[in-house]
Ligand binder design. Structure first.
Ligand SMILES: [Ca+2]
Ligand SMILES: [Ca+2]
Length: 258
């Protein structure tokens, strides 16, 4: 009488039981099944990881080639929402990908190479921030930004985007921790420039600088709009701006969680 081995629970395989050779064949078949099963589990795991990654960044346009800013000093990865998005940390990727600027040079860094503009004690990293790229960035200076009362002072050595021209833009890959409606607050100088925020390639907010400060270097703080981030994870913000203001950062304050 044949006794089925305890490892053989497969009726298809059990038909071959009868002698040692048949048992070996059965074992082989079972091992192959196990191997396939293990392999399959690996594929399933890989598939789930890919799905997770796709889900985290599903919002970003598929053809976008920019990536979050990083350098030897800033290694924080995508800027977080809620939180502050520093405008000088626009994405890496260059003209036409991460930004569009109407002049090739960084006009701020260029100016700061001239007499009186690299202030004593200011690190070169600040004075010439991203000087080989097109976006025009400078920093707040003692004699220009703090020699008069501001409605709200910017930070000392605050980096900001200036020399804004019509139809310029900068991209920011951000990480949204909490989906919801947000109030947008900024520190700015001068007057409204009809900026917009686009989210993943679609217009999401009109920004209005409510008061004309009368000068590029007279600063104030204000709520300038609101935006809804529907989805957690990586998202792409585009700041579209025109001539009219100096802009330092955008604060995103959660007002209505989804
Ligand atoms: Ca430029
Ligand atoms: Ca510009």
């Amino acid at each position: 009488m044949n006794v089925l081995p305890i490892y053989d629970l497969n009726p298809e395989v059990s038909d071959t039981i009868g002698d040692a050779t048949a048992t070996k064949v059965c074992l082989k078949k079972l091992n192959i099944k196990k191997m396939i099963s293990k392999k399959f589990r690996g594929f399933v795991l890989l598939f789930l990881i890919m799905l997770l990654q796709l889900n985290v960044s599903a919002q970003i346009p598929k053809d976008y080639k920019g990536r979050p800013f990083r350098d030897s000093v800033y290694t924080g990865g995508p800027q977080m929402i809620p939180g502050r998005v520093e405008l000088e940390y626009y994405d890496l990727g260059g003209e036409g990908v991460a930004y569009h600027d109407s002049t090739i040079e960084n006009e701020g860094a260029k100016l700061n190479h001239t007499a009186g503009h690299w202030r004593p004690g200011v690190p070169a990293y600040i004075a010439f921030f991203r000087e080989n790229e097109g976006v025009d960035i400078s920093y707040t200076k003692d004699w220009a930004d703090f020699n008069h009362p501001n409605k709200v002072d910017p930070r000392v050595n605050e980096l900001y985007i200036g020399w804004q021209s019509d139809s310029e833009w900068t991209n920011y890959t951000v990480y949204v921790n909490k989906p919801g409606k947000y109030r947008i607050i900024t520190v700015y100088g001068n007057h409204d420039n009809h900026s917009e925020l686009w989210l993943n390639g679609k217009k999401a907010a009109a920004l209005v600088l409510p008061e004309d400060t009368g000068n590029w270097h007279h600063w104030m703080q204000a709520t300038i709009g609101e935006i809804i981030f529907p989805t957690e994870g990586l998202n792409l913000i585009t700041l579209k701006y025109n001539r009219g203001s100096n802009l330092a950062y955008l604060d995103f304050l959660l007002t209505d969680p989804l």
